[in-house]
Design a protein around this ligand. Structure first.
Ligand code: SF4
Ligand code: SF4
Length: 490
């Protein structure tokens, strides 16, 4: 059975069923900018719009064309000094080589093969953000990685299969969540971990994240799905003195981790959004593709992205916006999809997708409500901004939001990368690099008061917990605690 077969055989699982039984079709987008902006809050524009043309960086030889972005590179090396991998790994040639330089080599040398060092790039996308000239580095890296895997990696090698299994986390998570207790015990059984490291190269240094006994989607269905959400939202609007028939409709892209491992984060999103009077739907969805891009599995990413775009495009057409509780998911849909794919609706979906806190900040007085609220049960919080939040202009949002919230103090632990970068830090040969990158963050967390971490990214949270032993929370959980009185469908 091939990897594609494995992926396809998972169709029809819990994550694939649309929960949109009674979506109304009249318009009414909740557009960004309708609400009250926070001073100084400037999230990045999605990579979308009428003029956007997706570009193939390494297309087939006959159609290879000039890459305008590569010519914009003036070799300042800013990207190289901002690359967390280059900082700790002297053998890694850095983003400038992986992007524009390798592209030129590919143009000029007929037999040039993509250099294997592309597999050491973690796809943190910091170089994209750092380049003063707007060179689309991560797009070039994604294409180069895809070509390396296609042309140079043996489909029989353990590394290929290890990467493919890690990249297709959704498939293993779907199987494991059928028997979560057994899976949790088996995945962290010492001898099994040793065998996984020796045969597949998955590090035995890390604990596998636990699978929840009830997935978010199971909870959502048992709670009454979209119909219950509409009812809760209408009641909330009434309480808030807002028009009961207001068009406030949002599609939630929960991603794999919140569904299978941390449903408490997804539930917090639902309750917080309903508190503000938003009706939610939870559409059919697959993995956002982030781990697939990072492993050069572009055909897997394409297949899942097509499902996501098609399902979200229908809703966007009907006036919905999409929100994500994981910053890598919103990054993929907003930037990587339009850079790499051109399915019908890709640009429209990218332009209507937001990170969950960003969306509320744009449309509601979230900061004002939090300033009038208080929380119990949270320690002082050490906040780490994920690289993919930085790239969306959202690096300090939790610190800004919780500054005046009574009962909690949040300290930003600096701008270093956590080092895990999704599947990167799970690879045995990358584990030490990953921990070396994360060292600065661990030290800052330990220097900060309290022993609880805060971040929006599920894999950053794994690394934060692994490096410090702290419990890690999501900002949505803090907001839920501060603003939501009645937890419907607990
Ligand atoms: S994406 Fe991150 S790891 Fe990869 S080259 Fe850019 S900065 Fe370095
Ligand atoms: S930061 Fe941009 S312009 Fe400078 S070397 Fe890197 S790609 Fe080239």
């Amino acid at each position: 059975m091939t990897g594609e077969d494995t992926q396809d055989s998972s169709d029809g699982g819990a994550q694939d069923g649309a929960d949109d039984p009674d979506v109304e079709t009249d318009g009414g987008a909740v557009g960004p900018g309708d609400g009250r902006d926070d001073a100084g809050f400037a999230p990045a524009e999605p990579t979308a719009g009428e003029d956007f043309e997706p570009v193939q960086v390494f297309p087939d030889e006959e159609t290879m064309d000039l890459r305008p972005g590569a010519d914009d590179c003036y070799k300042c090396s800013t990207c190289d000094v901002n690359c967390p991998v280059a900082e700790v790994d002297d053998d890694f040639p850095g983003p400038k080589f992986q992007g524009p330089e390798q592209w030129r080599l590919k143009q000029n040398e007929e037999d040039y093969d993509v250099d294997e060092s592309i597999t050491s790039c973690s796809n943190c996308m910091r170089c994209d953000d750092a380049c003063p000239s707007g060179v689309p580095l991560s797009q070039m890296h994604n294409e180069a990685r895809g070509e390396f895997v296609r042309e140079e990696m043996s489909l029989l090698s353990p590394k290929y299969w290890r990467n493919r299994i890690l990249a297709n986390y959704r498939v293993s998570a779907q199987v494991a969540s059928v028997v979560p207790r057994l899976a949790n015990a088996a995945m962290n059984f010492g001898p099994a971990r040793w065998v996984m490291e020796k045969t597949l190269g998955v590090t035995s240094e890390r604990e596998f994240p636990e699978f929840a006994e009830q997935t978010f989607r199971e909870w959502w269905t048992a709670r009454g799905g979209a119909a219950a959400s509409r009812q809760n939202a209408r009641e909330a609007r009434q309480r808030r003195g807002d028009p009961v028939d207001a068009d406030r409709r949002v599609a939630y892209f929960h991603g794999c981790y919140a569904n299978y491992n941390t449903p408490e984060v997804a539930k917090a999103l639902v309750r917080v959004y309903e508190h503000f009077g938003y009706e939610l739907v939870v559409p059919e969805q697959r993995c956002s593709g982030t781990p697939m891009f990072a492993n050069g599995m572009l055909s897997d990413a394409r297949r899942d992205a097509e499902v996501n775009v098609s399902s979200l495009a229908d809703l966007v057409d009907r006036g919905y916006d999409a929100v994500c509780s994981c910053t890598s998911c919103s990054m993929a849909i907003r930037q990587e999809y339009p850079e790499l794919f051109d399915f019908e609706g890709t640009g429209e979906v990218a332009g209507s997708t937001f990170e969950a806190l960003e969306y509320l900040r744009i449309n509601e007085d979230l900061r004002g409500e939090l300033a009038d609220a208080s929380v119990d049960g949270f320690d002082d919080l050490a906040y780490h901004a994920p690289c993919h939040a930085r790239n969306q202009g959202l690096s300090r949002q939790a610190v800004e939001l919780f500054r005046e919230l009574d009962g909690v103090a949040v300290e930003d632990v600096g701008d270093s990368c956590s080092g895990i970068s999704g599947t990167y830090g799970w690879k045995a040969e990358k584990y030490d690099v990953s921990m070396e990158i994360g060292e600065e963050m661990f030290e800052h967390m330990e220097d900060a008061p309290g022993e609880t971490g805060l971040t929006e990214c599920p894999t950053c949270s794994m690394q934060m917990e692994h490096g410090t032993g702290y419990e890690i929370r999501h900002p949505l959980e803090v907001i839920e605690e501060a603003l939501v009185d009645d937890r419907v469908g607990v």
